[in-house]
Design a binder for this molecule. Structure first.
Ligand code: G3H
Ligand code: 13P
Ligand code: ZN
Length: 327
């Protein structure tokens, strides 16, 4: 594997992004991608809405894309933003890194930010693994995200059946021991499209803002990350079901709750499932309405357009990250 530093690709780490987000009370979007169309849509949507962006890939997404492609895709993303008229800051981030070795490989191959997710281990093991990644990353000016507390649902290569909320009293000690740059916390979000099983008319339970506030009090100005923050857009779920899909009893985090979180110490909000739903809904619609179509551009193209619309909506109306970058 060829060694590449992220600055050679035109990327930035998350430091300045989070300082601005904290100062101006918005959250930087972190959108997951697995393929070219998703990447193009995310970058176009962020450039068009003048938002900084964190492009994130999980370990399995990195395998799917291939390590030969990834640095070139990141460099192309930087060029694409420029072509769209606004060179918004772009970070390439490893989502849910499961080991020091994986984090190191990513740092050595052009990532500007990495997450080490050892949240399912004991506090001591989590802190030790995080510290090891921080030492290597900081030597390369790469920023590091860790996690305290466990989200419900399946995390990439990390399985967590039940959530256990972050304990605010552990946060200061964890930050002191690790020197990490941002921290993902568990306050009621979870991964995937089936976050809550709701009865008709029932609302999702509110996030535990009391825990978030307690953490903010203990470590003022420290960047907090929210995983599992898809809203599970019901219009996309309805399209999926209308055109042959089967997704029952889906529910996500209401936008109002995310707006409130974005205006707090939450500086990074992770969104994967909503992007998947947006593309799948449109692809299903094209397949159903134009059964003779077999040119991938005719279904991936409209799916990409739908994702651009989704990204712009979230940046403008939910995360408040739109309009933060001046030309
Ligand atoms: O939090 C996990 C992300 O949604 C990535 O999922 O492992 O299917 O790429 P993945
Ligand atoms: P969602 O499944 O809610 O989109 O969460 C994505 C995420 O946290 C990626 O790390
Ligand atoms: Zn996550």
């Amino acid at each position: 594997m060829k060694k590449i530093h992220y600055t050679e690709l035109g990327l930035v780490n998350t430091k300045a992004m989070f300082l601005q987000a904290m100062d101006e009370q918005f959250a930087v979007p972190a959108y997951n991608f697995n393929n070219m169309e998703q990447l193009q849509a995310i970058v176009t949507g962020c450039a068009k809405s003048a938002s900084p962006v964190i492009l994130q890939v999980s370990g399995s997404a990195r395998k799917y894309i291939g390590t030969a492609f990834l640095p070139h895709m990141a460099a192309a993303a930087v060029d694409l933003a420029q072509e769209e008229g606004l060179a918004v800051p772009i970070a390439l981030h490893l989502d849910h890194g499961s080991s020091f070795e994986l984090a190191k490989e990513c740092i050595d191959s052009g990532f500007s930010s990495v997450m080490i997710d050892a949240s399912h281990h004991s506090f001591e093991e989590n802190a030790a693994m995080t510290r090891q990644v921080v030492e290597y990353a900081h030597d390369h000016e790469v920023t590091v995200e860790a996690e305290l507390g466990v989200l419900a649902g399946i995390e990439d290569e990390v399985s967590a059946e039940h959530s256990s909320y972050t304990r605010p009293e552990e946060v200061e000690r964890f930050l002191e021991q690790t020197g990490v740059d941002s921290l993902a916390i568990s306050i009621g979000t979870s991964h995937g499209a089936y976050k809550f099983k709701l009865k008709p008319g029932e609302e999702p339970p509110p996030l535990r803002f009391d825990i978030l506030e307690e953490i903010e009090k203990r470590v003022p100005g420290f960047p907090i990350v929210l995983h599992g923050a898809s809203s599970v857009t019901q219009s996309h779920v309805a399209l999926i079901n209308q055109f042959g899909g089967q997704m029952d009893n889906t529910a996500g985090i209401p936008e109002e709750q995310l707006r409130k979180a974005a205006a707090s110490a939450v500086c990074k909000v992770n969104i994967d499932s909503d992007g998947r739903l947006a593309m799948t809904a449109i692809i299903r619609q094209v397949f159903a309405e134009k059964p003779a179509e077999f040119d991938p551009r005719k279904y991936l193209g409209p799916a990409r357009d739908e994702l651009i619309t989704m990204v712009m909506h979230k940046n403008r109306a939910v995360l408040g990250s739109a309009g933060r970058i001046q030309s």
